[in-house]
Design a protein around this ligand. Structure first.
Ligand code: SF4
Length: 228
């Protein structure tokens, strides 16, 4: 007989019980730095992003005013450690162009938009997709935007909870329809999913034995790990 599927709430409770609060970007981080980090982390590991952020900080250009004074080639050179640096320089440039064209460079005014308008504005910037827009809305603006990344999709798929359409919005709805609209909760949940994806539910050879989700996981059932 099939076991009942885990709910989004139960997954959260179990991950929190095992890994504890992750404390991602809990404040004290500059909003612009969070935005730059969200663009730079596209298709690369966070360790590479940290090197690029350190280079920007060292050059004294980690602010909208200072960065907007840089030429694109100069910016690209500084963010080289993050990979695909020319593309990312273009994306940062496009973000700054939007910020100055529509908000006179006032980042606080952009981030004060209601979450729907903020997402829409960010998604209109070339190179900013839903994952980056939600990361900015959640971590830079503190809005109720649930971030769906590759870790989240993998864990959801393996648990057997994948939505039929598998679009970004459908994955997001899986969480937002089941959870209270709470930015701190979304923040913690995303961090826990990333931790679980790194530590246990890895891309190759997930470590199912002893996983806190094993009794409700379709992958573990089909591979026999749930019986161990
Ligand atoms: S039981 Fe295995 S596949 Fe399922 S969530 Fe845990 S680690 Fe991932």
């Amino acid at each position: 007989m099939d076991r009942p599927a885990l709910t989004a709430g139960k997954v959260y409770d179990r991950l929190l019980a095992v890994y504890g609060p992750q404390g991602w970007w809990p404040g004290g981080h500059d909003a612009f730095e969070v935005i730059v980090g969200a663009v730079l982390t596209q298709n690369t590991a966070w360790t590479h992003v940290e090197r690029a952020l350190a280079a920007l900080r060292g050059a004294g250009v980690l602010s909208p005013e200072r960065m907007s004074g840089l030429g694109e080639p100069e910016l690209a050179e500084l963010i080289r450690p993050s990979g695909t640096f020319r593309v990312k320089a273009r994306r940062l440039r496009a973000f700054l162009d939007m910020l100055y064209a529509h908000f006179d460079g006032d980042l606080a005014a952009l981030l004060a938009l209601p979450v729907g308008a903020l997402r829409k504005t960010l998604l209109a910037v070339p190179g900013i997709g839903p994952e980056t827009a939600d990361a900015i809305a959640l971590y830079a603006a503190g809005k109720t935007a649930f971030v769906i990344d590759a870790y989240t999709r993998r864990i959801v798929d393996r648990l057997g909870l994948a939505p039929i359409e598998r679009s970004y919005g459908d994955y997001r709805a899986l969480f937002t329809s089941a959870l209270p609209a709470d930015a701190a909760l979304y923040n913690e949940y995303h961090a826990l999913l990333v931790e679980h994806g790194k530590r246990r539910c890895t891309r190759r050879a997930p470590r199912c034995c002893g996983c806190p989700l094993v009794d409700g996981c379709a992958y573990a059932r089909s591979s026999g790990a749930a019986m161990l």
